[in-house]
Unconditional design. Structure first.
Length: 140
């Protein structure tokens, strides 16, 4: 038996693994998936929506750890960790050109504007923590 003591709660992983392989255990797995869906939908609602790529990449999947069913909610988008955790102040320089080119602040289709710069001193970003903030939805 593998036991994890959480204060006054002891979890018997072997018993959970045995139960999850029965017909009654199917209800446990269904409940885990429902809770995972709650977290997935909450994280999607909390993340920025500029292109929706990150939002749509947030998925859930059923896995097993030591025979115990678990639901994993996450994303494989390469920049997700930067959005989630934030970035420190950093310098941005051109990679393939001599200058950077980006839309001017406040630019829109009706009022286009472009900024050129050889270097940008980015102030960094605050992490959105969309997965962590969605985690309490698993309790619903």
């Amino acid at each position: 038996m593998i036991a994890l003591n959480l204060g006054s709660i002891t979890i018997d992983h072997l018993a959970i693994a045995e139960l999850s392989s029965t017909a009654a255990g199917a209800g446990i797995v269904a409940d885990l998936m429902r809770r995972g869906t709650n977290v997935q939908q909450g994280a999607r609602a909390l993340v920025g929506k500029r292109t929706r790529k990150l939002e749509m990449s947030i998925v859930k999947r059923l896995d097993h750890r030591d025979g115990v069913p678990v639901v994993i909610v996450g994303t494989d988008v390469s920049y997700a960790v930067l959005v989630h955790e934030g970035t420190p102040p950093h310098v941005i320089t051109p990679r393939n050109r001599q200058v950077l080119r980006f839309p001017a602040p406040g630019a829109s289709a009706s009022s286009p504007g472009v900024v050129f710069a050889k270097v940008v001193h980015h102030p960094g970003t605050t992490g959105q923590r969309f997965l962590v903030r969605a985690l309490p939805l698993a309790a619903l």
